[in-house]
Design a protein around this ligand. Structure first.
Ligand code: IPD
Ligand code: CA
Ligand code: CA
Length: 263
């Protein structure tokens, strides 16, 4: 498989999907809930996933698709080529704000991330990477990340983990909030990975993410020297939900050793 050709194809598809999303702003959204009242999905999430799947099935026979909205394949192993797609990451933002959402796509070959994309549709900013070839924001190469320290760091984290919860010892996170320079929460895991990759924030963590939220971003972040694991420090398996941590070197170890204790 020629990855350069696949890369050009994926980028064109993402741009076309982005333009469909932009055009959707002029029509009324059909909003439904999924697992709970705040887990939202719209007709556009579904239409965009179907758009990708139709094209990929026609042009890359044998490739499988793991998509959030469930129109793809029932993926139980990582053999061969798998497109891990979130048609809109940050659906709540998409509905409430019409910004701060992204298309998130990772293409994996036998479990290895070979191509990664995060498309900030509203800013027309495409973050992309091919394994071993560096990461780009549109046509500009993204520089490698320098190490940083906790007092100088801005951390991406949802405030709900700082109050008592079933997943993590919240005292550690209270100390973290006190020790770091700042905390941010953007409501799109994919964009938060893009921001770690470009140094706008220094780390991002979550208690529960799915493969399509992080598959593209991990390829990009890894190319600029960030480290991505689950919150136990183990590599992600991409076949179900897991905790998540991505950070600059140094910061990743220090967060795991001094602030994060899962229940
Ligand atoms: C969600 C966003 C959000 C994260 C959630 C994800 P969705 O994805 O990435 O930032 O906290 O865990 O499910 O539902 O908007 O695609
Ligand atoms: Ca998502
Ligand atoms: Ca989504």
């Amino acid at each position: 498989m020629e990855l350069h050709k696949l890369d050009r194809y994926a980028k064109a598809l993402i741009k076309e999907a982005g333009s469909k999303i932009r055009h959707s702003f002029s029509s009324e959204l059909d909003i439904e809930t999924k697992a709970d009242a705040n887990d939202l999905v719209t007709n556009i999430d579904k239409e965009i996933e179907q758009f990708f799947i139709e094209r990929i099935r026609k042009d890359y026979i044998g490739h499988r698709i793991l998509g959030e909205e469930g129109f793809g394949d029932d993926v139980k192993s990582l053999d061969g080529f798998i497109w891990m797609l979130d048609p809109i990451d940050g659906t709540m933002n998409f509905i409430h704000q019409q910004r701060n959402f992204a298309i998130s796509l990772g293409i994996y070959q036998d479990g290895i991330g070979v191509l990664g994309y995060i498309y900030d549709v509203i800013h027309d900013e495409l973050y992309s990477a091919q394994k071993g070839q560096g990461a780009y924001l549109n046509d500009e190469r993204i520089p490698m990340l320098e190490p940083t320290t906790i007092p100088n760091a801005i951390i991406g984290m949802n405030a709900s983990w700082v109050v008592p919860n079933h997943h993590i010892e919240n005292e550690g996170l209270i100390r973290l909030v006190q020790d770091v320079r700042g905390i941010r929460s953007y409501g799109s895991a994919a964009l938060e990975l893009a921001y770690v990759s470009t140094g706008r924030i220094d780390a991002y963590m979550s208690m529960r993410l799915s493969p399509w939220d992080v598959a593209g971003g991990i390829v990009i972040a890894t190319e600029v020297g960030a480290i991505a694991t689950n919150l136990s420090g183990q590599p992600l398996k991409f076949l179900g939900q897991d905790t998540f941590l991505v950070a600059r070197k140094g910061l990743h170890d220090s967060l795991l050793a001094n602030y994060i204790a899962l229940k």
